[in-house]
Design a protein around this ligand. Sequence first.
Ligand code: KPL
Length: 298
Amino acid sequence: MHWHILGAGAIGTLWADLLMQAGHSVTLILRQANHSLEQGIQVIDSEKQHRCTPITETPAENSAPIHNLLVTTKAQHTLPALEPLLPRLGASTQVVLLQNGMGQQQAAADRLPTRKLWAATTTAGAWRESPARLHLVSLGQTQIGPWHSEQPQLPEGWDALGIELHGCTEIEQVLWRKLAINCAINPLTALHRCRNGELLSDPQRLQQMQQVCEEVEAVAAALGMSLFDQPLQQQASAVAQSTGNNLSSMLQDIRHGRATEIEQITGFLCDQADILGVDVPLNRNLLQQVRNLNSAKE
Ligand code: KPL
């Protein structure tokens, strides 16, 4: 099968490699042609190196049909990046959204009401040394599920990807769990400029994390959703501990002067809280503080 990938960051590049290893061909959709990719992408992990050779293109100048589309852009870029591609999607095109945050899946579903759409979340970790050199940290676990219930659990061609891939019937609930963890860790690490594990070693940060978690749980409860078997604070602490040395994606965005995904993480939570009439004062405060950081960069 032929896959187009929209969003050639670390996760998009990793999936290009995974799909190619599984026998698919891949086109990375880039804003600008990048000649360094013509020789292929080098993927480096602790044991081996291998190459794959995606074809590059710029969407504006190309009208070739897209049969299978994987979207790995930053959450806030989903609709602007997808919009110019809509005329290229056919009635049977498969679309997979593999991103952080929430809100963009529903927005994409509204723009693609009759398309086969999946949402996915992953704990895979990778970083790009350059557009053509990717370092694989971990393949992690990936959960995927259909946005419309009548579709199969996995997109066609994904059963042979060499990763731990779980098909789920309740993908929205899975996305909520990831969102809850991201609400607990990302804004606090971004504002305190600390590593994930440093949230746990400081009593004031830990107390903030506790309050964020209680507010998130109140929103989930108002939705009738159970998040984890244990309190969110315990679950989020376990993630902060196991990723203790890492910089959260939000802190990395701040450090690189990029816009963060705060609107699709804490912003989404606060919107849901508004609709449900739940008080989330600390999350609202963190949302505003991270927005201020973002606008200071612009
Ligand atoms: O997903 C993450 C991120 O950095 O975006 C973790 C490491 C789980 C922190 O929320």
